[in-house]
Design a protein around this ligand. Structure first.
Ligand SMILES: N[C@@H](CCC[C@H](N)C(=O)O)C(=O)O
Length: 260
């Protein structure tokens, strides 16, 4: 069978997109999803996303990591799916869709940048050398001295598989402060089991964690990721973060078919 796919990337976090409104895709086939995400034997991607019909919103997002397993929210993937929905004429420049962590509102600006509303965050656990919070996916956030030369894969895997997070694991973000409102981060992603060029829920987690740690009092924070730049903005009231938005590019790369 010939499978039609679209490839998208958001700051270098790349995804295989499939229009599954007709529900043809074999969603339980973990091996097939991992194969499609494989960079040597398949199409290649950090994850695979299905766009499906939803009775109450514009569409449904179903997200899989490149290991083939369905997972929690993907911020960059959500932004790319919004751009994909526009390409398919499912939406125009504004949408509400459903994902695993609930409803998401998003807009596409004239310059193509996609702003995606993320979940509200009320609980942020601060430890001596790291912060843990859930921004739709679980994130460990840790400041490091030499981010450029830091071994993300080795140190990330050690924390992800260590005692802190048990079987479920976590995504691991290493961070360096650049100025009052800017941070650089590199992320080890669970389910990819490697560093990716960007992680949207990770950038969101870093922005909130840096505010909680008092590293910034800005409510709009610039994040440098390996694949580009993201902005996270939010409202903060009595320790709760609401109206949290992740903004950045979401770009169509190519379209193709693959024999499955
Ligand atoms: N790249 C994503 C995060 C995807 C989910 C993550 N790998 C997990 O399983 O927790 C993003 O942009 O947020």
């Amino acid at each position: 069978m010939q499978l039609e796919f679209y490839k998208y990337q958001g700051t270098g976090n790349d995804f295989v997109m499939i229009d599954n409104r007709s529900e043809f895709f074999p969603k339980e086939n973990t091996q097939l999803i991992a194969h499609l995400c494989d960079r040597r034997f398949g199409i290649g991607g950090d994850g695979l996303i299905l766009l499906e019909n939803d009775s109450e919103t514009n569409f449904k997002m179903v997200y899989y990591n490149s290991d083939g397993n369905q997972s929690s929210m993907c911020g960059n993937g959500g932004r790319c799916l919004v751009a994909f929905a526009k390409k398919l004429n499912v939406i125009e420049n504004e949408t509400t869709f459903i994902a695993t962590d609930g409803l998401h509102h998003a807009t596409i600006a004239d310059d193509g940048l996609v702003s995606l509303q993320m979940i509200d965050v009320a609980e942020v656990k601060v430890s001596s050398d790291h912060v843990f919070l859930n921004t739709g996916s679980p994130h460990h956030v840790q400041l490091v001295d030499d981010l450029e030369n830091y071994n993300i894969k080795e140190n990330g895997a050690a924390i992800r598989y260590g005692d802190l997070y048990g079987k479920a694991g976590s995504n691991i973000n290493f961070v360096k402060q650049i100025d009052d409102t800017t941070f650089s981060l590199r992320t080890y992603e669970r389910g990819v089991e490697d560093e990716t060029l960007s992680c949207g829920t990770g950038a969101t987690a870093v922005a909130i964690a840096m505010n909680v740690l008092g590293k910034t009092d800005a409510s709009s924070i610039d994040l440098n990721v390996e694949g580009g730049k993201l902005v996270v903005f939010f409202e903060k009231k009595e320790g709760q973060f609401t109206h949290v938005f992740l903004k950045g590019p979401a770009e169509f790369v190519f379209k193709g078919t693959i024999e499955i």
